[in-house]
Write a protein that binds this ligand. Sequence first.
Ligand SMILES: [Zn+2]
Length: 233
Amino acid sequence: MKIVLLTGAGISAESGVQTFRGSDGLWEGHRVEDVASPEGFARDPQLVHNFYNGRRKQVLEVSPNPAHLALAKLARTRGVELMLVTQNIDDLHERGGSEEVLHMHGELLKARCNDCGAVVPCREDLSRASICPICRGIDCMRPHVVWFGEIPFGLDEISAAISSADLFVAIGTSGRVYPAASFVSWARRAGVRTLELNLEVSDATGVFHESRRGRAGDLVPAWVEEVIATKGH
Ligand SMILES: [Zn+2]
């Protein structure tokens, strides 16, 4: 059974990772375009570094929840071929035991060199004084995250996997961030069954064959047990 899973902010929020935008439209007091766009970084690199330094610290303080653990168990289930795609930039899936995770919006715990293109592990603060460990350049490192106006990673691979899947599942996604919000439509067009697990009705709820409401920490382990129990019948 081939399953493509997409996870979003909802699954990380239950571990205590602050969600992308507050009700005021600001992200920890900043306009999103100031801290999450190439233009914002060009204008004030240190502000952007400081912002992601704070998020990196926060992510290192939280732990995976039962939903992350259940998805790692699903990946280890015989007869299940899983592609786990996440919009989240934290490493909670990996710490929950998932070995292969496609981070379509990048990873907070990696940095990228604007000069030589190297992508390197990053658990410390970044600044304009950071030195690239590969080319030794200075003032060239940026967070390895996809900003507004940049193209997400792995879209061709995701598209191919969805079109040959038996099931597409979206967990904790708002249905508002493109192109991820289109995945369910890609799946429907390919005749793939679709399931949504989300706390609230999302913008995409009506497009899924089935939609379940509740906390990811409850819904995901229950669904994984269902898959394991029915597989092969
Ligand atoms: Zn470099």
